[in-house]
Design a protein around this ligand. Sequence first.
Ligand SMILES: O=C[C@H](O)COP(=O)(O)O
Length: 268
Amino acid sequence: MAKEPKGAAERDGRTPLMAGNWKMNLNHLEAIALTQKLAFSLDDPDFEAVEVALLVPFTDIRSVQTLVDADKMRFSYGSQDISAHDAGAYTGEVSGVMLAKLGCTYAIVGHSERRQYHGEDEAVVNAKVKAAFRHGLRPILCVGEGLDVRQAGEHVGHTLAQLDGALDGVPEKNAADLVVAYEPVWAIGTGEVATPEDAQEVCGAIRGRLGELYSKELAENVRVLYGGSVKGDNVAAIMAQPDVDGALVGGASLQADEFVKIVRYSKA
Ligand SMILES: O=C[C@H](O)COP(=O)(O)O
């Protein structure tokens, strides 16, 4: 018998995570304005139902930290990248030591834009995952296939190979704090959202592989997100899938009203 789709409350105890990846948008003053607008728009019941994370440019993190601390805002926040190194002669890089000091909970690792524009391969992604864990940060590990791989029908194998590579040598006690984001590259910023069934197929396979790599218990607790053209009007159908625990949201996270709709997906 087919597995019934579950709502947030029945998601095997995994709190849904809606994470806004602002990418290279918003200076620190604009970041303050958007953070305040979101805080004003969201209420305690929203934060009780869903974890809301802001993944902001490095130059915005201190401003977000100051607001969150001063006004006791209920956002988690973090970076969009992390250096594989902890300190030293690595011009332009930002270490996990620095991010932890800024109160970050999360660091995105292996986003397809880093893989594509900065040549990050599996070894680099693996080193960055380990760097995050060394400093108590939770990596949001991005995996997903390009259009050619999807058209060849190899999307599941490709994505699981990325997962295997990123987690090579990562012990279970760390992997328990992982978040995985399945982002088909062909759906990022294109308006071409994967169908809920497409998202479920790969998110379910990711959870299955986590069970093989670690344990069933770990796999049932790790959150697997979908990312790629998520908007207020398509998020509910994606979230109805049993193995999708949230969304990594790009463009729509820059508009307060749209991101609030995404956070409130269960009330649509
Ligand atoms: O990290 C977020 C993803 O790249 C999705 O971006 P998008 O929502 O603009 O398609």
